[in-house]
Design a protein around this ligand. Structure first.
Ligand code: MG
Length: 421
């Protein structure tokens, strides 16, 4: 459905709900004895583990997302490391969306801990969006979990509502209107705007746009020229109440693919090809988690130096989202193929590129709940990844990423990075 609209609108009817310290709060919700204590949710709680979600208490003590566990322990010695439970968070996500849908039908999940509540067509029953926001906070405490808090931003469009939800944490409520927008923008850098990364910021700065305020007051033509696409014009619309450009769900992904060409060094050993395949599956997992979807179809296509190709497609019933699960299914298919045709391995030293594609998506909340039991992430596969992380360490991985283009490393870093969720 396309709910984008291109006419000036200054009525704040969009609510952006962002759960605070979501993974850590879910852990505190189910374990009473974690409440009030600094908790760090980690994919792996060994020495070189990495905190992917610090609790509100841990954040107050200086623990940051992505911090290494041994560093976090130095600044916060009573930090309680807790291993991640993806199935648990998905279960809370499903309950959260169900609660939001009791307010209106126009609810769009944006990620596992964020959703847009579009009250544009509900101005008659809800004349005051702030009252709705308070009611949502209450309903979450009553029906999802009494320890769960959220920050809600209210604005005339999705982008500004998300920006507003970042202003006050935890348990925030911020309204952005034409009167207050410049005040909010003045406190921010370009890279604080959701959707502006360092590369985009550099590009803007090369064209003399150094701050969010300057971005807001650049002409649409200038922005179009700077971005060399319609993207620039969208920034103008977002920051000038020109309408809604972030609610077009019709362009929802039909498929997602993760593809890498393979260097001579990578194809030299099967281990590296394995790690690369895993990294591609994890990349797709992250993107599906981010968009709140599961896939029902998975395919792998390989291209070899000679120009030959190999392709397989796997139907997934039930739908899947877990990267190691996808990896496992592909490996099963490959070994079955190789048993029948033992002459040559599919993953071999002549491989030039590997492409993993997922498609036929269903929304997370349409997947039956019993599937969320955490039967995923088989130990052996998880170990592969942890070994990589332990071997290189988070900081070294980041440096490797900056210095080299090695896609294995780049993808593995992203794993567990909450910014991607
Ligand atoms: Mg959040």
């Amino acid at each position: 459905m396309n709910r984008n609209r291109l006419h000036t609108n200054t009525t704040p009817t969009i609510l952006f709900v962002d759960m605070n310290s979501f993974f850590a709060s879910c852990e505190q919700q189910v374990n009473f004895w974690l409440r009030g204590r600094p908790v760090g949710v980690c994919v792996y709680t060994g020495r070189h583990g990495c905190v992917i979600s610090p609790s509100v208490e841990a954040k107050l003590r200086g623990v940051k997302t992505g911090m290494r566990l041994d560093d976090a322990m130095v600044i916060c010695p009573d930090l309680v490391p807790v291993e991640t439970h993806p199935g648990r968070y998905r279960e809370f996500h499903v309950k959260l969306i169900a609660v939001l849908r009791t307010f209106c039908d126009d609810v769009l999940p944006k990620s596992i801990d964020e959703a847009v509540v579009d009250l544009t067509n509900y101005q008659l029953p809800y004349p005051d969006p702030k009252q709705v926001a308070y009611a949502i906070k209450r309903a979450i405490r009553e029906h999802v979990g009494d320890y769960l808090r959220c920050s809600i931003g209210i604005a005339p469009n999705v982008f500004l509502a998300k920006l507003a939800s970042d202003v006050q944490k935890p348990d925030g409520l911020t309204l952005i209107t034409p009167d207050t927008l410049d005040g909010v923008l003045r406190t921010l850098r370009l890279t604080d705007l959701p959707g502006i990364g360092q590369r985009m910021a550099d590009r803007l700065q090369r064209h003399n746009i150094n701050t969010p305020i300057e971005l807001r007051y650049s002409t649409p033509d200038h922005l179009k020229a700077v971005c060399q696409s319609v993207i620039g014009w969208r920034w103008h619309i977002r920051l000038n109440f020109g309408g809604e450009v972030d609610l077009d769900t019709s362009e929802h992904y039909k498929s997602m693919s993760a593809m890498r060409t393979i260097s001579a060094e990578q194809r030299a050993t099967l281990d590296k090809l394995d790690a690369l395949l895993m990294a591609l599956c994890l990349t797709l997992e992250r993107r599906m988690v981010k968009h709140g979807i599961f896939c029902q179809s998975l395919s792998l296509s390989c291209r070899y130096e000679s120009g030959q190709t190999y392709q397989c497609e796997i139907k997934l019933q039930p739908p899947r989202q877990d990267g190691p699960d996808l990896y496992d299914l592909i490996q099963q298919r490959l070994s079955a193929f190789q048993q029948r045709h033992p002459r040559q391995m599919v993953l071999n030293s002549h491989l030039r590129s590997m492409n993993v594609i997922v498609s036929r998506f269903v929304l997370t909340e349409q997947v039956p709940l019993n599937l969320f039991e955490d039967t995923t992430r088989k130990d052996k596969l998880r170990q592969t990844l942890y070994d990589l992380k332990a071997k290189f360490g988070t900081e070294k991985l980041i440096r490797a990423n900056e210095l080299s283009d090695d896609p294995v490393y780049r993808d593995v870093i992203g794993f567990g990075n909450i910014n991607d969720l």
